[in-house]
Design a binder for this molecule. Structure first.
Ligand code: PLP
Length: 230
């Protein structure tokens, strides 16, 4: 079931890329396994899936330590500074950096382990009060500040678009994010890459891909609805 769901989403990812005249290989599908048991992750690993997304640092750590072979876990949810230590050497990419304070903590923990942590800057492109992330206007400044940290490598941008009935409503946001990525990329800031654009979830990943997403984070369409009561 989960395997079939994954295959369906994977096919739609490919079709959306082709529709947009893009190479489907530019788009990475991240299976968002938050709240789901390890057995669901293992089922997908059997068909070759390597990229998983988790929201909570402790959950990422526990799953990382218990999977039967190494796979990639992405820290996609909000990260508190006191929890950086749980995932610093386990997350392949931290998608949710939105303050200098958090970046400095990542720097500290990465330096301790003599590693470079890869991060994305989270942008609140929809400007919703309930969301984390910097505004579009603040993004370049934050990128410049973080770029001086030697053990933190900015790889691109991430956004969580508003929940909408019609994914077309989010198209302008995705387009704006892509433009922002290109604008910052053109600045050629030292120690900054702008190659990753993480955007699009179950409801809107196809539109996000049409507008330039290189990573989509899909949970519900693969694993089914989440139960937060357990
Ligand atoms: C839960 C979550 C997702 C996946 O959401 P779905 O709508 O289930 O696909 C993607 N990104 C982030 C940051 C999330 O927290």
């Amino acid at each position: 079931m989960i395997e079939e769901n994954y295959r369906k989403v994977e096919a739609k990812v490919k079709e959306a890329a082709i529709r947009a005249g893009r190479n489907p290989e530019e788009v990475t599908l991240i299976a968002v396994s938050k709240t789901k048991p390890l057995s669901d992750i293992e089922a997908l690993m059997k068909i070759g899936v390597e990229e998983f997304g988790e929201n909570k640092p402790q959950e990422l750590r526990d799953k990382y330590e218990n999977v039967s072979r190494p796979v990639h876990f992405h820290q996609i949810g909000h990260l508190q500074t006191n929890k950086v230590k749980y995932i610093i050497d386990k997350a392949v990419l931290i998608h949710s950096v939105d303050t200098m304070h958090l970046a400095e903590q990542i720097q500290k923990e990465a330096e301790k382990r003599d590693m470079v942590a890869k991060v994305l800057i989270e942008v609140n492109a929809g400007e919703e009060d309930t969301k984390f992330g910097v505004t579009v206007e603040e993004t370049e400044d934050l990128v410049r500040q973080i770029s001086v940290l030697p053990n933190v490598k900015i790889c691109g941008l991430m956004t969580i678009a508003p929940f909408v009935d019609d994914p077309e409503e989010n198209r302008p946001i995705f387009r704006q994010m892509h433009q922002l990525l290109l604008d910052i990329k053109s600045q050629k800031i030292d120690n900054v890459d702008m190659n990753v654009l993480s955007m699009g979830m179950t409801n809107d990943y196809e539109v996000a891909i049409e507008e330039g997403a290189t990573m989509v984070r899909v949970g519900t369409a693969i694993f089914g609805a989440r139960d937060y009561s357990i």
